[in-house]
Design a protein around this ligand. Structure first.
Ligand code: GLY
Length: 374
């Protein structure tokens, strides 16, 4: 089985590894591998803390993925010898004022109704977990099974693992899909070269709608949702574990790493393909982070970046065969690409190799956007 994967972001890379492990000859095509949303993402693994009402199937998918991260990372680190900074010490969710606490209480009740374990904390208990928190913090909860990973370590490890199994990376832009006898037969690169394949996986994130040769409706619209993210550095212990907060209704999160990096995210802006970092974006993040952790102003400012989350029409991933035989979609992971990489890779590799597809995949197939389904 020859497979071409368009996009060497987290979903394309993880699927390349899994498909190569399943015996496929894999070619990844990307002009700038690992440089999109994957390189900006903080890497929180938080199906519980990021839970949104009405998204129970996505929650189940997220839980399934989070729970297979341990084995996924163990295998990856063993194969490559690379450390991907996986942490499983939970996520602290904090409410800054009483309005924020009302929202958090609603979230905790919703989590309880779904049988998800979380621990409610008073403000004082939050500060016992994180002594640098502002004295006024009203309360919080601990999601003990959530965690984080460093996407900037995970992506190269996945590429090394895939290449170790024979996958090759072509650093060019795919201009279009080759269509022969009404099925995808490969891709045409921007220099005119053709790469023929039995199956093509489109995993190009926000750029998944960019290909020539596809009829309308084959790829559901995927829109870019900009996120600006700051990276700080500290030489002294500052934050023990990943912390999300509502600060006067505004959401902020901080993800610390063992090497002293603290990632602060993220704005959510619908501005098309705009990756400028703005004074307003940086101000918003630092304002909320400073309210929550006043000592943050002492830390070194290392980097600010902006990425584009790929949002599908219902903000859930789109995974499976498209209306064009031979063309598969693995896109639309929106805010959850890093979290969902292990389960998405297993689902997509199974689909590409005609294996048994995990049951969690059913709500996320592309045919949910086809008019005849409704
Ligand atoms: N999952 C975090 C974000 O999209 O900002």
């Amino acid at each position: 089985m020859e497979i071409v994967i368009l996009g060497a972001g987290i979903i394309g890379l993880a699927t390349a590894w899994r498909a190569a492990a399943g015996g496929a000859a894999v070619t990844l095509v990307d002009p700038a591998p690992m440089s999109g949303a994957t390189s900006v993402a903080a890497g929180m693994l938080t199906p519980v803390s990021e839970l949104t009402y009405g998204e129970e199937p996505l929650l189940r998918l997220g839980l399934a993925s989070r729970d297979r991260y341990g084995a996924f990372v163990a295998e990856l680190e063993e194969r490559t010898g690379l450390d991907v900074a996986h942490r499983t010490d939970g996520i602290l969710e904090v409410a800054f004022d009483s309005g924020d606490l009302n929202h958090l209480d609603d979230l905790r009740r919703f989590q309880e109704s779904l049988g998800i374990p979380t621990e409610a904390l008073t403000g004082r208990e939050c500060r016992r977990h994180e002594p640098m928190l502002a004295p006024g913090v009203r309360g919080g909860l601990l999601a003990p099974e959530d965690g984080s990973i460093d996407p900037r370590r995970l992506a190269p490890a996945l590429l090394a693992a895939a290449e170790g199994l024979g996958a090759r990376l072509v650093r060019r832009r795919a201009a279009g899909v080759l269509v022969e006898r009404d099925r995808a037969a490969g891709v045409r690169l921007d220099d005119g070269t053709e790469i023929r394949a039995d199956r093509v996986l489109l995993a190009a994130g926000s750029w998944s709608g960019d290909l020539e040769g596809l009829s309308a409706g084959v790829v559901p619209p995927v829109r870019p949702v900009k996120g600006q993210v700051i990276r700080l550095r500290t030489a002294v212990p500052f934050l023990r574990r990943s912390t999300r907060a509502l600060v006067r209704g505004s959401s902020v999160y901080l993800v610390p790493r063992a090497d002293g990096e603290i990632v602060v995210g993220a704005t959510q802006e619908e501005l098309g393909f705009d990756t400028r970092v703005t004074a307003g974006g940086v101000w918003e993040l630092l304002r909320d982070a400073h309210e929550l952790l006043p000592g943050i102003t002492e830390l070194e400012f290392a980097e600010v970046s902006a990425g584009l989350r790929p949002g599908s029409p219902d903000n859930a991933p789109v995974m499976g065969p498209s209306a064009l035989p031979g063309l598969f979609l693995g896109t639309g992971h929106f805010r959850n690409g890093i979290l969902l990489a292990p389960v998405s890779a297993d689902i997509l590799a199974a689909m590409l190799l005609d294996g048994p597809v995990p049951a969690e995949a059913a709500p996320f197939t592309p045919d949910r956007f086809s008019p005849e389904v409704h």
